[in-house]
Write a protein that binds this ligand. Structure first.
Ligand code: C5P
Length: 236
């Protein structure tokens, strides 16, 4: 299995995003639009990615009632969109509506169906915060329970730490997509990420995607940084 590199376009304006897209398109990466890019200049950057024929993930962590989610997917699915994230805490019916709407829309547009990925427990939520949310058990149990809910709703996979891949594979099999942030090439700044892995470690664990932001976007030479990560992935 090949591990793909997803580059988080977490930059404040379209010009910077465009520069990164132009530089990285030849490396065949998947771009990731999160809140920062989507809310600030989403329409422009999506039109540009489409124009460049680039694949991208919409990391919008959707969470709303099923009808609203369905309408959102109808509006969001366009050529180039390969992945969309949503909160598993939105419930089975919400996730199933998203999967259905993505399929419906992709069929109309004659494009591959984007994969829905469940976000389980945000990595910013500590064990002691689970109780105040009314969630029983520790983070591990909640992650697995919510991942099972996502799988049953026919989501393609989950967003998870590289450290969780072996558990996820054990429970849900190796085809269940793992989309893993918190990746740091050896020697790069950890920043605010807590549980990190190198690209090679994530690859060895069986990650389908590694998500990398700052080690590429803030590098003096983003192309060299991305190429080094790709080389690291291929060397395993
Ligand atoms: O810059 P860095 O490599 O830390 O970027 C990681 C990306 O993955 C960011 O866009 C961040 O929002 C996203 N992400 C994360 N941890 C999660 C879910 C998403 O870092 N649990």
């Amino acid at each position: 299995m090949m591990t793909r590199l997803a580059v988080a376009l977490d930059v404040p304006n379209f010009t910077e995003a465009q520069r990164l897209i132009d530089a990285l398109v030849p490396l065949d990466v998947t771009f990731k639009l999160g809140y920062e890019a989507f809310y600030a200049y989403g329409d422009r950057v999506r039109a540009y990615l489409e124009e460049r024929g680039a694949a991208y993930a919409l990391d919008l962590k959707l969470h709303d009632i099923p009808r609203t989610i369905e309408a959102a997917l109808h509006a969001l699915v366009r050529p180039g969109v390969t992945l969309v994230t949503l909160h598993a805490l939105g419930g089975a019916e919400m996730m199933a509506s998203a999967v259905h709407a993505a399929q419906e829309r992709a069929d109309i547009l004659g494009m591959p169906v984007p994969k829905l990925l469940g976000v389980t427990i945000l990595t910013s939520i500590a064990a002691e915060n689970l109780n105040e949310l009314g969630l029983v058990g520790g983070p591990g149990e909640n992650v697995v329970r919510l991942a099972a809910l996502a799988r049953d709703a026919r989501c393609a996979g989950v967003v998870c730490s590289a450290n969780d891949i072996s558990d996820i594979r054990q429970f849900f099999g190796e085809d269940f997509v793992t989309f893993c942030p918190g990746i740091r090439p050896a020697g790069s700044a950890q920043g605010d990420q807590k549980r990190i892995a190198t690209p090679a470690q994530a690859r060895a664990a069986g990650a389908h995607y590694i998500v990398v932001g700052r080690p590429i976007t803030q590098a003096a030479d983003p192309v060299a940084a991305a190429a080094a990560i790709l080389a690291d992935l291929r060397a395993v």
